[in-house]
Ligand binder design. Structure first.
Ligand code: NAD
Length: 390
């Protein structure tokens, strides 16, 4: 269905749109980038050129290849220019009504065969698709930031998506050098659902006064091998984006306590303390500003790590149980999408499922809070002496 001759349309030339355009053009496609803002298009064009220049400087590609990639991308402010596309990937603002309006308009411009995809991080593919007369052609294709570097792409069929489309999209995007996983159309898909505890439980530990940001970050890096601690990572992603994703996932799960946002991060968001980009978040940034030092207490560090990891594993097992993704895809998603040092299911086997269950059961009995309830599948695996990955 798709081939190298398929023209790829990208709607929205922000951080994600520009990155996806570069990936598709590098794979040999003609790409048409559409944005309502000509300034945004100019910026994307400049960023894309300098990204290619850097690759030339690092001798990853030749100047000729960079020029060829650049020549494959057209920048347009008129929607009608997308009429030649065989696949359009939308990467505009994360607003359901705005996306629905765009998809309705796109259908009026493109051919009957054109596939319409959304790069949404957390919105329902079913609701975006229902804005189209032919909702069977709509699918989620979720890249991670930066799209040029992060290998993972989640492919998310909606409830009305044509049955053959997910495999066709996976085949195409894999040919672009990406690792594709199939995710169910549920809030946050795989990565943004499972990863919530990394942030949420760490903030909870801070709110309870068990440890400060620096100590929690240190514990997760020291004992878990995570490249960044949760507070460093939230400041890096931006507390505005991270808070909004958490709030959206929680609301869409009908206020499930496991995904409940924190007042700590809400206040940072309200105060516009977004993190690195605003100069201040959990930490202060700027020249000469000293970072707080962690309390390198191994006993405390191990308690923190064990608690956060148990919550992450519970979420991964719950995702297996509810068919959000296959075991293999959940492992790939967390290692390739957010750089976790190990797949959470393999990690669970390494620690022992019994120990994970004991950690969660103790938390559940101590706090009497639903957020700590162990997943039924974890209990079944322990009762049957099974492993997470058999
Ligand atoms: N930034 C991330 O880390 C990240 C990661 C994965 C997925 N996403 C998702 O990708 C999408 C885009 O995110 P982003 O960070 O690139 O956003 P961004 O704000 O950087 O860019 C959005 C672009 O869309 C344009 N735009 C807005 N409405 C439009 C319309 N109706 N028609 C055409 N263009 C329009 C804007 O002018 C802007 O250039 C969102 O759905 C987001 O949730 C973001």
């Amino acid at each position: 269905m798709f081939s190298k001759n398929t023209v790829i349309g990208i709607v929205g030339s922000g951080a994600m749109g520009a990155g996806i355009a570069q990936v598709a053009a590098t794979a040999g496609h003609h790409v048409i980038v559409f944005d309502t803002s000509s300034e945004a298009l100019e910026r994307a064009k400049g960023n894309l050129s300098s990204s290619l220049t850097k690759l030339v400087e690092k001798q990853k590609i030749t100047a000729g290849v960079a020029a060829e990639i650049n020549s494959k991308i057209a920048y347009e402010t008129g929607l009608k220019h997308l009429n030649r596309c065989g696949l359009i990937i939308e990467a505009i603002v994360e607003d359901l009504q705005v996306k629905r309006k765009l998809f309705t308009e796109l259908e009026g411009v493109v051919s009957k065969e054109c596939v319409l995809a959304s790069n949404t991080s957390s919105l329902s593919i079913a609701s975006i698709a229902s804005a189209c007369l032919d909702s069977t052609r709509v699918i989620g294709i979720h890249f991670f930031n930066p799209a040029t570097h992060m290998p993972l792409v989640e492919v998310i069929p909606g409830i009305t998506t044509k049955a053959t489309l997910p495999e066709q999209c996976k085949e195409l995007i894999s040919s672009w050098g990406k690792v594709c996983v199939l995710a169910k159309d549920t809030p946050g898909f795989i990565v943004n659902r499972v990863a919530r505890s990394f942030y949420g439980e760490s903030i909870r530990i801070y709110e309870e006064g068990i440890a400060g940001f620096a100590t929690i970050d240190w514990a997760m890096k020291e004992f878990g091998g995570f490249k960044m601690g949760p507070f460093e990572l939230m400041d890096f992603i931006g507390n505005d984006i991270n808070y909004k994703v958490t709030e959206s996932v929680w609301e869409q799960f009908f206020y499930e306590p496991r995904f409940k946002p924190s007042l700590t991060q809400k206040r940072l968001y309200e105060a516009r303390l977004f993190g690195r980009k605003s100069g201040s978040g959990y930490y202060q940034y700027g020249e000469g500003v000293a970072m707080p030092l962690p309390e390198k207490n191994a006993k405390l560090g191990k308690i923190i790590f064990k608690r956060v990891l148990a919550m992450l594993i519970n979420e991964a097992i719950d995702s297996v149980y509810l068919g959000v993704g296959s075991k293999e895809d959940i492992e790939l998603a967390m290692t390739k999408g957010v750089n976790y040092p190990k797949g959470l299911l393999a990690w669970a086997d390494e620690i022992g499922l019994e120990e994970v269950l004991e950690t969660l059961s103790t938390l559940y009995s101590d706090y009497q809070e639903d957020r700590y309830r162990p997943c039924i599948l974890l209990k079944q695996w322990v009762a049957n002496k099974q492993k997470a990955i058999s």
